[in-house]
Structures are given as C-alpha cells and as structure tokens.
Unconditional design. Structure first.
Length: 379
C-alpha cells in the first residue's frame, strides 16, 4: 500500500468518526418540534347523550350497552333504538334511587328492513317512558354475544312507522346482555321472494355464526305458493342455516284476527290456509318434524290468546281500531307476541331463563315457574 493511499484511508476514517460523534452528541429535538401524540379516543358514554337521546359513532356490529337509570326525582325510563326497536322495558325508580340494566344491540346497514333505506350510521338510542332519567351509560363492542337472526315478513320486521310493529321489533326488550336480535325480516316477503332477492337470503346467510339461532316465519305472503314448493323452500332455508353451523328454528305464523260466529278462529283465513289449500302451519310442523328442527308453534299460541281475549279484547292486539287491519299488530300486540316467542325459545331450551326478562305471557305455561304474566316485560 502506498503512503498516499494510506493517508487517504486515514482521512476517510477520521471523517466517519467525526460524523458518528456528531450524530451521537446532537442535542435532541425540542418538544415543540416533535410529532404530538395522538389523543386517545374518548370513551362512549353519557357525553354522547342529551336528555332524550344518545348517538354513538360506531361501525356495524354487536354492542353491549350498560345503563344506570334514575336520579334525584322519581323516574320511569324505557329505551328504544335504531328503527323503533324496543331494547329495554320501562323501568321505574324511586326518588334518589338508581338501577343498572344491560342489553346487547345489533347495529347494521340498512338499520331496519333489509330492502329499506340505510338509515343513520352508528348507534342511536331514544329515551322514553313516563319520566325518563339516564344517570350513566357505557357502550362497548360485544365480545361474546350470540345472535338471534330473524327471517320473516311484515308481522316480524322492524316496521319503520307507527302504529305498525312486528314482533321481532319488540323481542330485544325481553333479552339480557349477551343475546342480540338481528332482524332481517322484510315486508311483503314469501319463501319464494326471500330466497330470490340477493338483499335477503344471500345477504343473511354469510352473517350466521356457529351457534346462532335463526328463526324463520314466512307464510302470510305465500298465497300462490303450492305445497311442494313451499316445503322445498323451507327445507332450503334449514339446510342453509345448518351449512353455516347455525341452529334453525321454524316458527308458524301468527293468526289473523278473523272470528267465526262461535268466537273461534277455526277457518282458513285466520289459520293461514292459502287459496290453493296449502295449510302453512301444518307444512311447517311437518318439515320441523322431518328435519329435526325446533318448532315454535306461534299459530297455536296466538290462536289460544286471541280466542281468550274475544272479539273486542283482541282488537288492541291488532290494528283494527286504527286501520281495520286484522293481520298486522300494534306495538302492544307485537310486544305480547314477542313474549310468546321468548316463552317458546325458553321452553325448547334454546335460550336459558337467565338470558331473558319477564314472566311467561298470560295463558302460556312458564318454562319453569308456570306463573301468569302481566303482558308488559319487567326488568
């Protein structure tokens, strides 16, 4: 190695050493020059509420909601949400008292009927009751919730406007935290149209998780469906749920309020026999037996209840006074019928008594207690 080469290499080494030394001894940047830390997201709670409503900016999914109700004055508070869903029954608190309640809510788009408008994004809750008072609320993603998905027609769906209400719209108030109701029922649907519309069955099927319950009540609009087709459609829905490792539950349709002169509902109009002579409840019972599917015989349960109420008393269950409608239910009637569905699920062992609110509906045997019930749910 020549002296010139050695000198050059020593010079480069010295320059590198000086550069490294400068880097190691450089003064740190001031706090003003650093990137400011991102502030944590604010917790979802009472700050997202007014005196009458709450809005939480969350993506679709299932959310656990924990509320503290009451305050200095006596209060009575109920909670609804999204498209007129009843989420928590009206709960009374004495002056100076607070109580804590929890429920799980499904947030989706569209938020109501699957073929309806998207609705507003996020979770919207409304405070109702005689004297609402919300002392505290927290909203967190539901980590271990089980879904009850509903497939049905206008007697089941989240109806967008009063005075109409489907029983699926009222079912959430009967369930405690850990069970969410994902109501994918849609007005005007038959088994034929539900399977054919990609916004319905093709959309619902991928949402089914292992262990989810999928309740199917489709009959009112199968007025021109022949029996082989109706049976095959029910079997296809059952097979599709099972393919996703869900648990299908067949539900016979609610009766129409159509009395005979003797005060009974023993006629084809009331009991959903179509113009082709297809006895829808009988076919549903047959498919349930053949396929080993749990059955909630809502036709039999609602028939017993409506007949016991009589011609006049049963008007409040339906929209006879408001619309001369003997098919669709009022909010009161939908609540009573949702209670019958809850009773059926408990009796079948599909839902435990620990997971539900309220006593068995009047006229129905309790799953364990057998006690009669005021038709309003209780905390």
């Amino acid at each position: 190695m020549t002296p010139r080469t050695l000198t050059r290499r020593l010079g480069l080494a010295t320059l590198a050493a000086l550069t490294l030394s400068t880097a190691l001894t450089a003064v740190p940047a001031s706090a003003d020059e650093r990137q400011p830390p991102r502030p944590p997201s604010p917790p979802l709670g009472i700050g997202d509420c007014t005196a009458t409503a709450c809005h939480f900016d969350v993506p679709p999914g299932a959310y656990d909601v924990r509320v503290r109700l009451g305050g200095a004055a006596a209060a009575s508070t109920g909670i609804s949400g999204e498209t007129r869903r009843s989420l928590l029954p009206e709960t009374a608190t004495a002056a100076g008292e607070t109580v804590t309640r929890s429920f799980t809510v499904d947030v989706r788009t569209p938020e109501g009927e699957p073929t309806g408008p998207d609705g507003s994004p996020g979770l919207d809750l409304a405070l109702g009751g005689a004297a609402p008072a919300l002392a505290g609320i927290t909203v967190t993603p539901a980590r271990h919730a089980r879904q009850i998905l509903l497939i049905g027609d206008s007697t089941v769906c989240d109806q967008p406007g009063a005075p109409y209400s489907g029983w699926g719209q009222q079912l959430p108030q009967f369930l405690r935290r850990g069970l969410s109701v994902a109501n994918h029922a849609d007005s005007g649907e038959s088994t034929v149209s539900y399977l054919a519309d990609p916004r319905l069955w093709d959309t619902v099927r991928p949402l089914i998780h292992p262990g989810d319950l999928v309740l199917v009540q489709l009959a009112h609009n199968d007025k021109t469906t022949d029996e082989p087709t109706y049976r095959a459609n029910l079997e296809k829905l059952v097979a599709g749920v099972r393919a996703r490792r869900g648990r299908p539950v067949l539900v016979t349709p609610i009766v129409r309020r159509w009395f005979n002169a003797d005060g009974t509902l023993n006629n084809g109009t009331a009991l959903l026999v179509n113009g082709l002579g297809v006895d829808h409840p009988a076919v549903i019972r047959s498919v349930a037996a053949a396929e080993g599917v749990p059955l909630v015989d809502l036709t039999a349960r609602t028939k017993t209840l409506v007949e016991s109420l009589g011609v006049e008393g049963s008007k409040a269950i339906y929209l006879y006074d408001e619309k001369k409608d003997n098919t669709h239910t009022s909010a009161h009637g939908a609540t009573v019928y949702a209670g019958l569905v809850r009773d059926g699920l408990v009796a079948l062992g599909l839902v435990s008594e620990r997971e539900v609110r309220g006593e068995p509906v009047h006229g129905e045997p309790g799953a364990a207690t057998g006690r009669p019930m005021d038709v309003r749910p209780v905390p």
